[in-house]
Design a protein around this ligand. Sequence first.
Ligand SMILES: Cc1cc2nc3c(=O)[nH]c(=O)nc-3n(C[C@H](O)[C@H](O)[C@H](O)COP(=O)(O)OP(=O)(O)OC[C@H]3O[C@@H](n4cnc5c(N)ncnc54)[C@H](O)[C@@H]3O)c2cc1C
Length: 363
Amino acid sequence: MDVPLVMAGAGHSHLVAMRCWAEQGVRAPEGSVLISPGTHAWYSGMMPGLLAGRFHVEQCAIDLRPLADSVGLRMVYGDISAMNADRQKLVLSNKHTLAYQLLSINTGSEPPAPKNDGSVPLEPAKPFANFFQRWQLWRQEPPGEIVVLGGGPAAFELVLALQWKLPTTGFRLICAEELLSGQPVALQQAAAALMREREIECLPDTAISNIRDGQLWSGGKVVAHPDAVVLATGAAPLPWYACSALATDNRGFLRVNACLQSVNHPQVFISGDACSHNGSQRSGVYAVRQGPTLAHNVMAFLNDRPLRQYQPQTRTLALLATADGGALLSYGKHSISTTVMRPLLGFWKDRLDQGFIHRHERK
Ligand SMILES: Cc1cc2nc3c(=O)[nH]c(=O)nc-3n(C[C@H](O)[C@H](O)[C@H](O)COP(=O)(O)OP(=O)(O)OC[C@H]3O[C@@H](n4cnc5c(N)ncnc54)[C@H](O)[C@@H]3O)c2cc1C
């Protein structure tokens, strides 16, 4: 029998949508499910703090079953490996098939990897549970040199966090563009100064085209030969999006209209990193903000009521953790990065992040 509502993935938007339903006393139709590979949802904003040893796992991950229970969703543990939107079917990696009437996808993205021959271990920053396991092994046996690929806020926070707990390992941050491209210049300069202070080498404008024979190549030159490479390279679509029969953009993300509905399959909603939405960027902040609209629209669709349009914000607040409990701030063209302000900003970031976790916890 078809499942009336399948919530695929426990990303930021689904957490918020479930919390909205719980607060409004709304329950999913009988037989609806939430699919997740794991029992917990890891909150990305706190991952650098977790790696820096500032938090325990339980403080950064939300137990999904109580939240799902509170809105009448049954947990199905598994990974979606394929989908056919024309036949309204999902296939899990254990070959189990689910037919749905209404589907909401919030399964995120994965960091893109350069071409490689497997001679250097590549460690994607996501899924966090896997990366955290690798991190625990590194803590026991620190590698000689680690390269972090990526130049955005996540890469910057990650390299600082990793270096904080592995002081004997050499770290290098290799960015395809400038460090923190698109952020205010004052913030970029403060970030670069902090990297120098922590003895982390930063190579800007160095796109890695290939990894072979243990070496990282850029523009025909070898730029590093590390023991491991961490991928914090932004967002690429999950492989199964391409063959799902859902409309995609030229990068392979799933195209949605203003109501977060697939442009060619109205019984599929898509949110967070997975979706290609005019005006949205791929970050947790946007995924979270899509949550309330998604919560409304899924229930409206089920009850034949009008849908709402999602209005993305034009500016976002970013608080970049510096591993020592401090943070740098950017908001549009503005930034705050002075040494005096960092502890205060770090305190504020912790409050916001822990508030998110607490709002989504159910006993
Ligand atoms: C280290 C790091 C730090 C970051 N910090 C910030 C930050 O401070 N602020 C910010 O705005 N952004 C941050 N980001 C970016 C942010 O993580 C993503 O943009 C955000 O998580 C996207 O949210 P989402 O709702 O699309 O899905 P996600 O939160 O990525 O969640 C996707 C969910 O789907 C599940 N899933 C994945 N594949 C499948 C599958 N095949 N089947 C079923 N379920 C699946 C996963 O287990 C996961 O629970 C950070 C990223 C990294 C790597």
